[in-house]
Design a protein around this ligand. Structure first.
Ligand SMILES: [Zn+2]
Length: 359
């Protein structure tokens, strides 16, 4: 008997986890973390309905936390099988998982000092050792390549064009095929090639986060005016650049706005260790010029600035001169971490994307 179970991302857009079962075994498609309000985050602590040792393989569509962030927890619960993903996904996911483990540990430490937690002592959802173990399980699944997961199930990856390394996953299950779209990329991504056409299939499980919206203009058209306004009054702009891939896209957009004269040439600072690490991976991909990257993209801007200058909001260069700054929304929303708002500064915060939308 073949079965597909939805173990997450049902009724909400995070926590993507799907279980494909056949007589030959069980495969988990994506292993995402729930993100958002307290009720959603609590679900990350819930018991998983399938024993970890019953799962033969995990396949990850891309490196966003809501698709791979629960892997260390699965490992903590005893999973030690292979985790298939594209090589670029493995690189970016390693950054994301290490960063998340560190934040989990910090949160547990903070809860201990403040005395709020239902655990005594407060516990992280997973720790750095769990993340490292999960990372050690990654196995390459190149776009266009096929891997056998069980005796009766294989997977083939296709380019999704959503973030670097993202895949649409085509499973052959016995006589049938089922495709998991993963998060859908756009034709207009400034850095990444468009998605491959979906293969012919019997079933499709498709992302629908923005299914009720028509995407309008973004980036350049939207951000130029508030940036000009802020600079015009001698201020600075703080941009919470949620998700690892937003930073390279924002940097490209800002460079283009400066090139066209829509905003003045000002220094741009990236204040996020995770974003800086992810930028390095994107730069590597651009240098290699792989299938993911558009041919016209020759470099990523602000190379020296982002490597040599790390601005934290508490020492915000925005206080001294007009500048743009990007950070992660998660950080910006956490006043204890950022020391926000910066005393005496005149920052304009432009909330680029809703912090909970995780696609
Ligand atoms: Zn995504």
């Amino acid at each position: 008997m073949q079965e597909l179970r939805f173990l997450g991302a049902a009724g909400t857009v995070t926590g993507s986890r799907f279980l494909l079962s056949t007589p030959g075994g069980k495969v988990l498609v994506d292993c995402g973390m729930y993100q958002g309000d307290r009720e959603l985050r609590q679900r990350n602590w819930a018991a998983f309905p399938v024993p970890s040792h019953d799962i033969d393989a995990v396949v990850i569509s891309h490196a966003h936390l809501d698709h791979c962030g629960w892997l260390p927890r699965l490992v903590r619960r005893g999973y030690s099988g292979p985790v298939y993903c594209s090589p670029w996904t493995a690189e970016v996911a390693a950054i994301v998982l290490r960063d998340t483990a560190r934040l989990q540990e910090e949160d547990a430490e903070f809860a201990a000092t403040r005395g709020y937690s239902r655990h005594h002592p407060p516990l992280p959802l997973f720790d750095t050792a769990d993340a490292e173990k999960a990372i050690s399980l990654f196995r390459d699944l190149e776009h266009g390549a096929t891997a056998w997961l069980t005796d009766d199930m294989s997977v083939r990856a296709h380019r999704a064009g959503h973030i670097l390394g993202s895949s649409t996953l085509e499973f052959v299950v016995g006589e049938r095929t089922v495709v998991f779209s993963g998060d859908l990329g756009r034709e207009s991504h400034p850095l990444l090639n468009p998605p491959d056409p979906l293969p012919e299939t019997d079933y499709v499980v498709i992302e629908s986060t923005y299914g009720d919206e028509v995407h309008g203009s973004r980036h350049a058209d939207v951000i130029a005016a508030p940036i000009r306004q802020a600079f015009g009054r001698g201020g600075s702009v703080l941009i919470p650049a949620f998700a690892v891939d937003r930073t390279p896209v924002l940097l490209m957009t800002l460079r283009e706005l400066m090139r066209t004269g829509d905003i003045p040439p000002v220094p741009v600072y990236v204040d996020s260790p995770m974003a800086l690490a992810a930028l390095e991976v994107y730069r590597e991909a651009v240098r290699e010029g792989g299938r993911d990257i558009r041919v016209r993209v020759r470099d990523l801007p602000f190379d020296r600035s982002t490597r040599s200058t790390r601005a934290s909001c508490t020492s915000c260069p925005a206080r001294r001169s007009p500048s743009g700054s990007t950070t992660r929304t998660g950080r910006a929303s956490s006043s204890r971490r950022l020391g926000w708002p910066p005393a005496g500064g005149r920052c304009t915060t432009w909330p680029t994307w809703h912090p909970i939308r995780a696609t």
